[in-house]
Design a protein around this ligand. Structure first.
Ligand code: ATP
Ligand code: MG
Length: 335
């Protein structure tokens, strides 16, 4: 098994080595290929995503991506390497689970997964303006909608999930969101054991705020998925604990939801749990080793139960390295 490791920028340098160390604790044979991408790499070599990084990612299939900083102003030639990497590797689905965890989460009983379409919708970036009228294209295709729905239902089946809620606003956008909804319904027919319902995105926002524990899986177009997953992540304990996986057919990119957090970078206090839980997602979904993912998740859970966490979760908190040592020690003790 091979993993392409791209720490990126800022706290990526602090949390990625920790997550990789945790992976190695459960998968001693894992081969690592380190590669560079991001703003720091752009400043050094003029490319945010060098060819050799892309080649390494393709070759490995499994990628661990830390975070990238983006400059405040538009910089000629700089494009976010993660957006490009997702596209180049064909990662069409973004999977974002939220789980109630001891110590960190403000709500209990949450165990949901949002599957977000990752390639189109308003994110195609096709905007025009003459200063008076501005228009953005919301593009929904049958192909991308069927593809992400297939990934969601497969994931539900493999993870033993009971229900998928399709998110849309087809009352206002019957053509675009209606197509997304209809494609999801079409795919659902191949999965009779999984219950399917649908909800308008505004209703879903309210229900998620009121009763997040009542959801199992949500399947959403790009923009709604982005917004709803941030909303729920707040209950899970915030950015320091929010993992994600970008999933394609030939590749998967594990990527904590947080960015490079320049305000705390270099201080040794970044919460590595989002990265560690992203590593567990690679194990469960990409390498199909749920038993190893579970070991990591249990070590995280018992560490938090014992009141050990970084300063974003509790005060005074422990350092990134301290937390990493505790989690790895617990994984070793499980054997
Ligand atoms: P970027 O432009 O790279 O996204 P950002 O300034 O938006 O950078 P984020 O990484 O998105 O920073 O983080 C937003 C806030 O959450 C910051 O205040 C940051 O300190 C905090 N934060 C994010 N990730 C973590 C983490 N792993 N541990 C602790 N705090 C975090
Ligand atoms: Mg950010």
């Amino acid at each position: 098994m091979k993993l392409c490791v791209i720490p990126g920028d800022g706290i990526g340098h602090e949390v990625v080595p920790v997550a990789v160390g945790v992976l190695q604790a459960v998968l001693p044979g894992l081969q690592l290929v380190f590669a560079d991408a991001g703003w720091e790499e752009f400043c050094r070599n003029g490319k945010a995503l060098p060819e050799r990084t892309l080649a390494a990612a393709r070759e490995c299939g499994a990628v661990f991506f830390g975070a990238v900083s983006s400059p405040m102003q538009l910089v000629e030639g700089y494009r976010s390497p993660i957006v490009q990497l997702r596209r180049e590797l064909g990662c069409h689905a973004n999977i974002r689970p939220t789980l109630s965890l001891p110590l960190a989460s403000s709500r209990s009983g949450i165990d949901l997964i949002i599957v977000r379409e990752n390639t189109e919708d308003l994110y195609v970036g096709d905007e025009q303006s003459d200063g008076e009228v501005a228009v953005a294209i919301k593009r929904i295709t049958r192909k991308a909608s069927l593809r992400v729905a297939r990934s969601a239902f497969e994931l539900a089946r493999n993870a033993g999930r009971q229900r998928i809620t399709i998110i849309h606003k087809a009352n206002i956008l019957p053509r675009t969101d209606g197509l997304f909804r209809d494609c999801a319904r079409e795919v659902a027919q191949d999965y009779p054991e999984i219950a399917v319902d649908e909800m308008l995105v505004d209703t879903a926002a309210m229900r998620l705020a009121q009763a997040p524990e009542s959801f199992d899986m949500l399947l959403a177009p790009n923009l709604y998925g982005d917004i709803l997953s941030d909303l729920v992540a707040a209950f899970g304990g915030g950015l320091g604990l929010a993992p994600s996986l970008n999933l394609g057919v030939a590749a998967a990119i594990a990527e904590p939801v947080h960015g490079s957090a320049p305000d705390i970078a270099g201080q040794g206090i970044a919460n590595p749990l989002a990265a560690i839980l992203s590593a567990a997602m690679l194990l469960r979904v990409w390498w199909q080793r749920p038993e190893l993912a579970l070991r990591i998740e249990q070590a995280v859970r018992t560490t938090l139960l014992d009141g050990i966490a970084t300063p974003d979760v509790m005060s005074p908190g422990v350092s990134t390295q301290h937390l990493a040592r505790v989690v790895i020690e617990r994984i070793r003790l499980q054997q």
